[in-house]
Each structure stands twice: as C-alpha cells, then as structure tokens.
Design a protein around this ligand. Structure first.
Ligand code: B4P
Length: 200
C-alpha cells in the first residue's frame, strides 16, 4: 500500500512532446532548472556520441543524417542506461523520447520496475510550415546535417506522422496528455508549459 502511494508522490516525470523543431530542447533548458529535473534528450545524447565518434554515434549517424529515427532497440537501451546513471534524480524531463509506441511501452515498463511512472506528457503544438522554416533557419548555423535540406526535414515529419503521432492517443488513453500552443516567444511558451506543470 505504501509503495503504491509513493509511486504517485515521490517524483515527477515529464515527457516533453512535439514535432521536430517544436522547441522541446529550447524549453527543456528552462524547465529542468525551474523544476529541478534531470533532462534527458535522446537527440543530444546521440549528437554527443556522434561528436565523440563512439560506436553508438556511428550507428546513430547513419539514421539521423537522413532524418530517420534511430532503431528502437538501440534508443531504448541507451535511455535506460542514462536513467540508471541518475539514481538521485528528483524527476526526469524526457525530451524527444519516446518517439514510438514501442519506446513508450518500454519506458512505462522500465519506470514501473522502479516503482515510478510518467506523470504527464506535455505537447508543444505548432504548424508544420512554421516549424520547417525554423529548422531551415537553424540549419544555417547549427551544422546539423538533418536541418540542412528541405527533403530531410520533410522526411522527419513523415517519420513523426507515421511513428510518433500515435503516441498522442497512447497517452490520452492513460489520461496523461496535455497540449500547449508552441507558437509565440520562447518566454511565452515557457509560461504556458509552467502553468500546466504547476497543476501536476
Ligand atoms: P531532436 O534532437 O529531438 O530534435 P528536434 O525534434 O529537431 O528538435 P526540438 O523540438 O528539440 O527543437 P528545438 O528546441 O531545438 O531529434 C533529432 C534526431 O535524433 C531525430 O530526427 C532522430 O533521428 C534522432 N532521435 C532523437 N530521439 C530519438 C528517439 N527517441 N528515437 C529515435 N530517434 C531519435 O528548436 C528548433 C528551432 O526552433 C531552434 O532553432 C530554436 O531556436 C527555434 N525555436 C524554439 N522555440 C522557438 C519559439 N518559441 N519561437 C521561435 N523559434 C523557436
């Protein structure tokens, strides 16, 4: 009985959800400080591994450069090992993970094994056309191969629509899905996200 109660009160675990370029990484930088959460961005972890030319990085690069998702098996294993590196965490901010139903199911199972769960999934909503422009803009300076041409960016949206969008129903089915408008200044969007997180 006690264990079940603890499961709901001890930690807050948030999934930051949204299309490519919706501002997940941008907002995560503010939210992790404000709520004292360990920020895990699968995109950042992959890019770190690519930069350091690790085996994982070499593999991830072949998918990311084309705008494809990295295979579930690899991504899930990596995420779990990052969670395990933070036993003192007060909660996690998952950014860019999960991106498939298989990843979401694996995450639920994994957290369950630690007597934890996802508290809520918060989605940043925005139109594709605005986001494609944001990514092309970032591509001018970011050096990210997946931001540099429209065809790769469009492929990321196809991947999102096929594999990631179904997660909205997955989390709605668990009554854990909350959406906020992702258009506006960075500070405005942070305000909207905070208003939702404060209610959790
Ligand atoms: P990610 O690194 O997760 O990147 P993202 O979707 O491009 O960006 P994000 O939403 O974080 O946008 P950002 O804040 O940067 O993924 C990259 C790739 O990694 C994937 O395509 C995939 O290949 C692989 N990958 C990652 N996770 C995976 C997983 N779980 N499974 C399989 N593969 C995985 O913002 C974008 C731009 O908008 C920035 O330039 C920013 O300055 C600007 N911006 C942000 N907010 C703004 C605002 N309010 N107004 C104006 N501009 C704004």
């Amino acid at each position: 009985q006690l264990a079940i109660e603890n499961k709901h009160t001890e930690m807050i675990n948030i999934v930051l959800f949204g299309k490519p370029g919706a501002g997940k990484g941008t907002q995560a930088d503010f939210l992790k400080e404000k709520y004292n959460l360990v920020h895990l961005s699968t995109g950042d972890i992959f890019r770190f591994n690519i930069k350091n030319d690790t085996e994982l990085g070499q593999l991830a690069k072949t998918y990311m450069d084309k705008g494809d998702l990295v295979p579930d098996e690899v991504t899930i294993k990596m995420l779990q090992s990052e969670v395990d590196k933070n036993p003192q965490a007060k909660g996690f901010l998952f950014d860019g993970f999960p991106r498939t139903i298989a990843q979401a199911e694996a995450l639920d199972k994994f957290l369950e094994s630690k007597n934890q769960e996802i508290t809520a999934t918060v989605a940043l909503e925005a139109d594709d056309e605005i986001l494609v422009q944001r990514l092309l803009e970032r591509g001018k300076t970011s050096g990210r191969p997946d931001d540099q041409d429209e065809e790769k960016i469009r492929n990321r949206y196809d991947e999102y629509n096929q594999k990631t969008a179904p997660l909205m129903d997955y989390y709605k089915g668990q009554n854990k899905f909350k959406a906020v408008d992702g258009i506006g200044s960075i500070a405005e969007v942070t305000e909207r996200l905070s208003a939702v997180i404060d209610t959790l």
